[in-house]
Design a protein around this ligand. Structure first.
Ligand SMILES: Cc1cc2nc3c(=O)[nH]c(=O)nc-3n(C[C@H](O)[C@H](O)[C@H](O)COP(=O)(O)OP(=O)(O)OC[C@H]3O[C@@H](n4cnc5c(N)ncnc54)[C@H](O)[C@@H]3O)c2cc1C
Length: 421
């Protein structure tokens, strides 16, 4: 399913061998930057660091063999796209001189400024970028992991194998069955993602098994993003298919009876898609980067440098989001660029831009073709000492449209190219 192309495998294998042997690239680099995670934040940072200062050696560590996008992965569940449509190679980064290492970073020694790899190698850095996204707080749902291992509950909140498994479960479900989608309390990655997913599954049911139901149980009191637009789409496109319940936090799973236990009652389903609450990824925890609620990494938004560990920059979903800043791929891409510019400045003895601007647009497919968006602009606010929304910026779609469907799919192609090509 996630077959690595032979050419890409040779590149990865070559890079890994290079690392294990501890070889240096030709010439003496101005400085060494190691980036952990080749997703929306990390791949962008690695590419832009090399574009903006080719004298810096950039090593990118990624455990997955290929990039599979979370944005638009809900369309695979709906059946209008395949996993191949949302899969890309990391090979495009080679032309920028990024050294790609197919491995897992298992530890960081911020005193010695080194990163340990699962294969046994060690990488030294002058500055480190960490963009691992999230891992899940499974302890908040005690029976989750056993049920997940048995394939009785899935999150599909990291695109790839679980996306395909969930699609197969939906295909195998009888007409008249119930698909339960459980949403954790915010903050979670991609605020509109669960509501888009409900639309996509409902769109599939409407065509293929119209007596079936989507039961959306949300720990939040109400839809957390584009609420009126989603609710209008549910009522007009999927009447009788989607049922929404707010204030419905999942506290455990009983996979024998296919039950999601909620704080106040229980719900049963034929397919259980429970998204557990998240925190910054494991490597951020090991590196001592988590600063807030045992979950998130606080950074200086002008450089994305950790406030806990000097010389380490944290990007994307792992950060303690500023007010009204979504955990999105678009935003992680912006983090990557702000961090790359700041690191280039710092390594060249210059002062980073004191006033960076970050933008965000999240498109959601409410059907195969129709999309709604939310957009915002965020800027460093010297008075508040954080980034805040630029007054009057952003907004949401007036109505869902096919025209925005074209924009939404183009957005995905463009951001994948910006990160990886
Ligand atoms: C269903 C769904 C729909 C979404 N839709 C949208 C959307 O429409 N628009 C949008 O902007 N955002 C969307 N998002 C959110 C978006 O996917 C994330 O916000 C984005 O991926 C965050 O980027 P990141 O760099 O923090 O993490 P990621 O892009 O997830 O990258 C993290 C990478 O780090 C790697 N990694 C982690 N730890 C290690 C380690 N120790 N060693 C080596 N590699 C490691 C992982 O394998 C991964 O490749 C969606 C998310 C979901 C789940």
């Amino acid at each position: 399913m996630t077959q690595l192309k032979r050419r890409d495998f040779l590149k990865l294998a070559g890079a890994a061998a290079l690392s294990a042997a501890g070889c240096a690239s030709t010439g003496t680099p101005k400085a060494r930057v190691v980036v952990i995670g080749a997703g929306f934040g990390g791949a962008t940072a690695a590419k832009y660091l090399r574009m903006w200062d080719p004298a810096i050696e950039v090593t990118l560590v990624e455990r997955n063999r290929e990039f599979i996008s979370c944005p638009t992965s809900n369309l695979v569940l709906g059946g209008s796209k395949t996993i191949d449509d949302i899969r890309r190679s990391y090979g495009g980064l080679e032309k920028y001189g990024v050294r790609l290492i197919g491995d897992e970073a298992t530890d960081v020694d911020s005193g010695k400024r080194t990163v340990k790899l699962a294969s046994g190698g060690t990488l030294a850095y002058d500055r480190l970028v960490v963009s691992p996204s999230v891992d899940f707080l499974f302890n908040e749902l005690p029976n989750y992991q056993a049920a997940e291992k048995a394939g009785r509950v899935l999150h599909a909140w990291k695109a790839g194998e679980q996306t395909l498994l969930l699609r197969r479960q939906l295909e195998a479900m009888k007409d008249g069955g119930v698909y339960v989608l459980s949403v954790p309390l915010a903050p979670y990655r991609c605020p509109p993602g669960p509501y888009e997913r409900a639309c996509q599954v409902a769109s599939y049911f409407k065509k293929a098994k119209p007596r079936s139901k989507v039961l959306l149980v949300d720990a939040n009191p109400d839809v957390t993003s584009k609420g009126p637009l989603f609710k209008k789409a549910w009522a007009e496109l999927y009447p009788g298919i989607i049922e929404y319940r707010g204030n419905s936090k999942a506290v455990d799973i009983d996979d024998k009876t296919m039950t999601v236990k909620l704080e106040l009652d229980d719900v049963k389903g034929d397919v259980l898609n429970v998204v557990p609450p998240h925190r910054a990824g494991d490597i951020a925890l090991k590196a001592g980067l988590i600063t807030t609620n045992n979950r998130w990494c606080n950074v200086d938004w002008r450089t994305l440098e950790s406030i806990a560990v000097p010389g380490v920059h944290v990007l994307g979903d792992a950060t303690l989001s500023a007010l009204a800043m979504p955990k999105s791929g678009h935003m992680a891409n912006q983090h990557g660029k702000v961090a790359a510019a700041a690191i280039v400045a710092l390594l060249n003895g210059q002062t980073p831009n004191p006033n960076p601007v970050l933008t965000n647009t999240c498109y959601s497919f409410v059907s195969d073709t129709e999309v709604i968006h939310v957009a915002s602009v965020h800027q460093w606010n010297e008075k508040e000492k954080t980034v805040t929304i630029v007054p009057g910026s952003g907004g949401v779609s007036a109505a869902r449209s096919v025209q925005e469907g074209v924009y939404g799919w183009s957005w995905a192609q463009n951001i994948w190219a910006d990160m990886l090509s």
